[in-house]
Design a binder for this molecule. Sequence first.
Ligand code: CDP
Length: 226
Amino acid sequence: MSDGGFAIAIDGPASSGKGTVARLVAMELDFAYIDSGAMYRAVALFGARHGLSLSDGPALARLIQKMDFTFGFEDGRFTLVVDGKDISRAIRTQKVGQGASMVAKLPQVRGALLGTQRGLATSQGVVMDGRDIGTVVLPDAQLKVFLDADLGVRARRRYAELVERGVEVGYEDVKSELAARDAQDAGREHAPLAQADDAIVLDSTQMTPEQVTQRVIQLARDRGAF
Ligand code: CDP
């Protein structure tokens, strides 16, 4: 658990801006940033590379026990290194996102990642984003934010991000992929995408990332983060 450090949990649907805001908040407060979604994406990527079925919970849990996750900050960007390889870019495809949502349904996978996620939130202040951070991973977090935005706006943001990276996709495909993943994440039995009772809801539909970031920092200050 957060072990004395200040913990900020940011949950919300796909492409709601959680990652961007969490990174900006972490940089401004000099906190660690843990992208829990990147861990599910890494499991999907490594599971597929090892030829495992993405619905085989016990085999994926065994794989996770052997995976070493290191979150870092290099050349101005946050990185995820698994088993010595920087996979920050390789996990950002739609296919890996869909795989992540599949493996995230499995209780064995969630259980295998939980201890690592909690362990990463010790001592230094931390910002962690995902779907179940305020409800399951860090239920004692001093600040919980649920970040939402209209589906159309989220799809436009993700589409622009993919196009900028040179990925050939159609806007309608991106939109339906986000909607399908949200439905799967919110409808699953174990640790579904959910708002904690004590979460502050922010709707970023009409807000810039900088505005959301400043609001989160203000909330953290009100709660004694610094
Ligand atoms: O960046 P984006 O919002 O598209 O997704 P992500 O945060 O990278 O998460 C990818 C997938 O991992 C989600 O669709 C969820 O199925 C799963 N996930 C989860 O189940 N629990 C978390 N705490 C974080 C992600």
